[in-house]
Design a protein around this ligand. Structure first.
Ligand code: IVH
Length: 668
């Protein structure tokens, strides 16, 4: 392909992909399958790698991330980012309206919007291209998070049409959809990491992550609510929001223009329950004067505009009685106390249970059996206990003692220093832990034994046929047939599925055995670094820390795992059964030790290889990737358009700077 042809094809693909992104993320009306979309994107990335001179910073390929930001630059907002006055009462809203009426002395319109519960962002566009994304910060100055924001698919990198001002800013709220939040927490729980507190904190934390490729995977979303600039097409807020929709921004359907405070109250009422059906958290309604001229007349106080106000929904509250506390044991042995409540109606649903989280929370609430408690449901779906009505407390009530022994296996619980959680340490003998381990082991991303799901595991465990993951490989068809719901065909399926799993590659087996804190990515890194389980088992903590992205907690967790003789025995049995505990010939053929002990930083764009493939090569040859230059860096691999800061730092520290060709010589 000539360079001219490549340029043309890149332009074509870019246009097509942008159009499909718009249809998918803005209109929710895709016209091609995910697979077809991935093919287009793959072709684009390949061409851009081959012809990097045509790679634009606004290319849709840039949405997959990969850039590391060590420190976010602080930038001053062109227009200060103010906050809104808040109220919980309709009375105060009425007073707000009276003030507006008096100051304007003419008719006016309000725009009603929901108050999205996330992180405020200001996006600057110049000539239709995203130039900068800045967080609110202190309102005067915020953090430049542009590289991370570029991975959010619903934020356009290039605008549609040509009807937009040359330069303008648009503000909105970045949030994490509840479904994504739940998925992330499920995964974290599976590998024994502490769950994220709520979608808003998760969104804020994600925006400030250093590795944008992880941001890309977290599927943040953004609603826009405010356009600012000199040459906007309209002199009214609502009409500008509609224009922004045309330019490709995501503006929710719920936005509504009304003529009186009575209609505002109707809007508030209509969303009070409906908001729980939305895929993200909302905590109120924002009310804005539509006309810019009238906004100017009303002006600002020191902190917030006089032409807008936020009405916050009161969290729905109810009182009920705490009947008992039960304790659940998770796969990692973590104990969660759960409040069993006298059923009570709350915001349309009957609440019977609420999590009490841990011993500290119980202590803080001083919650006791028989207490009358307050239950609340705020912007989120899960109810929580917010307090105790002490005036109703029984004189003889007893302080709640956290259990000392596991409710499932009676082992004495431990509480690791500095943690709020209690654990049952009997990881290989406690039923929910064993079952949980097996469910993880057979899951799709691990051994993928589809015929052995949660229910069947439960059944086999209860029948005494499996006590640990190694027992799965000793199962015989004859043992299965007498079981309920187990016909000849399903028994054969099960045996076949187990047999098939013996081919699953080493890195997935390593993920499947369920060492705490080892997710899919870490398992893969470890597999390629140590190449077989014996090398991993005998690795010292120092050696483990040599592997990129492995910190103290993971290193400790690995050494603890292999210190336990039961784990070692299980691995020996799995080995005998024929599972893959080393890289295959084919995988090995692509790996060497040539870069062992060397630490790399890569920067800029490369001609012969993509950044991701370069990183992979470093890892496959035993080297370590890091994001920032330090005294420990062995080489800086420099591409085109490398950051000047990196270059300066490397020179100052005497780090060797090499080109991609020189890198290839290293691994020749
Ligand atoms: S307008 C000057 N509209 O609430 C007016 N803000 O306390 C600027 N928010 O920092 C804000 N939904 O992060 C506006 N529909 C909405 C909003 C909204 C959520 C957040 C925003 C702002 C805070 C105001």
């Amino acid at each position: 392909m000539t360079s001219e042809q490549a340029k043309q094809r890149i332009e074509e693909l870019t246009k097509q992909i942008e159009e499909h992104n718009y249809r998918y993320y803005q209109l929710a009306q895709p016209t091609i399958s995910d697979y077809q979309f991935d093919m287009l994107l793959e072709e684009l990335i390949k061409l851009e790698n081959e012809f990097p001179q045509f790679l634009s910073p606004h290319s849709p390929s840039q949405r997959v991330g990969g850039t590391i930001t060590k420190e976010f630059k602080t930038v001053k907002h062109k227009y200060p980012m103010l906050s809104l006055a808040n109220t919980y009462s309709e009375e105060e809203l009425k007073e707000f309206d009276d003030r507006v009426k008096k100051a304007l002395n003419e008719s006016y319109e309000y725009v009603c919007e929901l108050k999205y519960d996330g992180v405020a962002i200001g996006l600057t566009y110049v000539n239709g291209k995203l130039k900068q994304a800045v967080t609110r910060g202190d309102g005067e100055k915020g953090d430049d998070v542009t590289t991370n924001v570029k991975t959010i698919k619903s934020i356009p990198l290039k605008l549609r049409g040509n009807n937009y001002p040359e330069e303008f800013e648009i503000r909105g709220e970045i949030f994490m959809p509840r479904k994504v939040f739940d998925e992330i927490n499920k995964e974290r729980e599976e590998i024994g990491d502490a769950p994220l507190a709520n979608p808003r904190n998760a969104a804020a934390g994600t925006l400030k992550m250093q590795d944008s490729s992880i941001v890309a995977k977290r599927k943040l979303d953004c609603y826009l609510y405010f356009v600012l600039g000199e040459n906007l097409p309209h002199q009214t807020h609502y009409e500008n929001l509609n224009a922004a929709k045309e330019w490709g921004f995501k503006v929710p359907e719920s936005v509504s223009k009304v003529n009186s405070i009575e209609e505002v109250f109707q809007f508030i009422k209509s969303w009070e329950q409906k908001r729980f059906t939305l895929p993200f958290d909302t905590d109120g309604v924002v009310l804005k004067i539509n006309s810019y001229e009238q906004q100017r007349i009303l002006g600002f106080t020191a902190k917030s505009p006089r032409w807008a106000i936020a009405y916050k929904y009161k969290a729905a509250q109810a009182t009920t009685v705490l009947e008992s506390i039960s304790y659940q044991v998770g796969r990692t042995g973590a104990i969660t106390p759960v409040a069993n409540l006298k059923p009570v109606l709350l915001a349309g649903t009957i609440v019977k249970r609420a999590s009490l989280h841990n011993a500290d929370i119980i202590e803080k609430l001083d919650i006791r059996i028989g207490d009358t408690v307050f239950v609340e449901k705020g912007g989120e779906i899960i109810p929580k206990i917010t307090g105790v009505d002490i005036s109703k407390r029984d004189l003889f009530s007893q302080k709640t003692e956290f259990i000392s022994h596991c409710p499932e296996c009676n082992t004495e619980l431990i509480r690791p220093e500095g943690l709020a959680l209690h654990f049952c340490p009997n990881e290989n003998g406690c039923p929910p832990q064993i079952k949980g381990k097996m469910v993880h082991f057979t899951s799709r991303k691990a051994m993928a034994i589809e015929s052995l799901g949660e229910e069947t595991i439960e059944q086999l465990f209860d029948a005494g046929l499996i006590h640990n993951i190694a027992d799965i490989y000793d199962l015989k068809k004859e043992q299965l047939l007498p079981l309920e719901r187990m016909a000849e065909k399903s028994a054969q399926n099960l045996i076949d599925g187990i047999e098939q799993s013996k081919k699953v590659p080493f890195e997935r087996v390593l993920f499947a055995i369920g060492i705490r804190h080892i997710g899919e990515t870490t398992a893969k890194k470890l597999a390629y670094y140590f190449k077989n389980i014996d090398a991993l088992k005998s690795a010292s903590k120092e050696q483990l820390l040599e592997v990129g992205d492995i910190g103290e907690i993971i290193a400790q967790s690995i050494t603890d795992y292999f210190k336990n003789p039961q784990n070692v025995e299980i691995i020996e049995r799995l080995k005998k059964a024929g599972l893959q505990f080393e890289l295959s010939e084919e995988q090995l053929a692509n790996t060497t030790d040539k870069l062992k002990g060397l630490t790399f930083v890569i920067s800029g764009v490369f001609n012969k290889i993509s950044r991701d493939d370069l990183k992979k090569l470093i890892e496959q040859n035993g080297g370590k990737n890091t994001g920032s230059i330090s005294g420990k860096t062995s080489y800086l691999v420099a591409g085109e358009n490398m950051g000047p800061e990196k270059l300066k730092k490397a020179q100052a520290l005497g780090v060797k700077i090499i080109s991609e060709d020189q890198f290839f010589e290293l691994i020749q």
